[in-house]
Write a protein that binds this ligand. Sequence first.
Ligand code: CP3
Length: 350
Amino acid sequence: MKNDRFLRALRREPVDCTPVWIMRQAGRYLPEYRATRARAGSFLALAKTPELACEVTLQPLERFELDAAILFSDILTVPDAMGLGLYFVEGEGPKFERPVRSAADVARLAVPDIGAELGYVTDAVSLIRRELDGRVPLIGFSGSPWTLACYMVEGGSSDNFARIKAMMYDDPATLHRLLDVVTQAVIAYLAAQREAGAQALQIFDTWGGVLAPAMYREFSLRYLTRIAQELPRGEGGNRTPLILFGKGNAPHLEALADSGAEGIGVDWSVTLEEARRRTGGRVALQGNLDPAVLFASPERIRSEAAAVLQSYGPGPGHVFNLGHGITPDVKPDHLKALVDAVHELSRTAP
Ligand code: CP3
């Protein structure tokens, strides 16, 4: 491995400077991504063709000195493989042809055969590893059971989560059966990505923050913890690190630090100083610049990056990232200003 600062930071070992990668680093803000997507015909065709998924995974690494690559795919490949029929409507985001609405719908679900249904993902992972040739580590990922269940029950994006919350309050046993089968699928999916060559794994719990605290513990945290405990990841220095990213997870940092995961990804609603104090050095922290800072001038981006580094403070265990994904309207030069600032400002004397 030519550059292992990302993996070292997750192990809370000393680094020459703070590693940085960006959620959604391969995406629509890059003209070369838009060109490859146009060639593929659609986002799903792009994600389902390993050669093209590999190409867009590597694009941001050509422009920026990023310290990790992330597999180009989507969290909704898992429910798609479970037979829900994923499709995208321009301007409306993801949708399912067959959402899960009843106890009978849940009873019909099974853990997908990863090789048969998601082989395009593991093929992309192997290909990307080969093309990276040790340049930086490759991150694999999955949605969290709760976040995947949100899309499966709502049938797409939602602003109030009316259907899944009605199920949660009126028929919690059915929702737990759904979360159980999705958890088994996520474990099999992440294990397969690891087998194919993913060197770190991240779970996106995009919607955990919409839950009241007791509900978060019962319907999101419980399943995140189960994954952290049950996912086979190896032992000692070779253990594949797991990062739990959650939008709005700040109220639960103490519990997340006890889940068994190596890293916790946080949004910008909490300072890293507070997050570090509350997690007591038990985990590495990833984050947490407000993605909207990238709309400001390069000078302001640099000073805000300095503020995040300063908030984390000295010592190992920080992976710099945004507090959520980069948005499609960011200028690529602004991301370059951020990545370079993180490395320059955090470099320690040799
Ligand atoms: O970080 C990366 O570079 C890896 C790629 C990645 C994508 N989606 C590519 C993508 C990752 C990690 C995701 C995760 C994902 N997908 C999440 C969790 C994200 C988070 O930050 O919390 C969610 C909720 C989804 C579901 C999904 N897929 C949505 C809501 C959308 C956007 C739809 C829209 O029209 O805006 C997608 C599509 C998608 N996934 C795009 C990309 C680059 C845009 C597709 C396009 O090219 O049109």
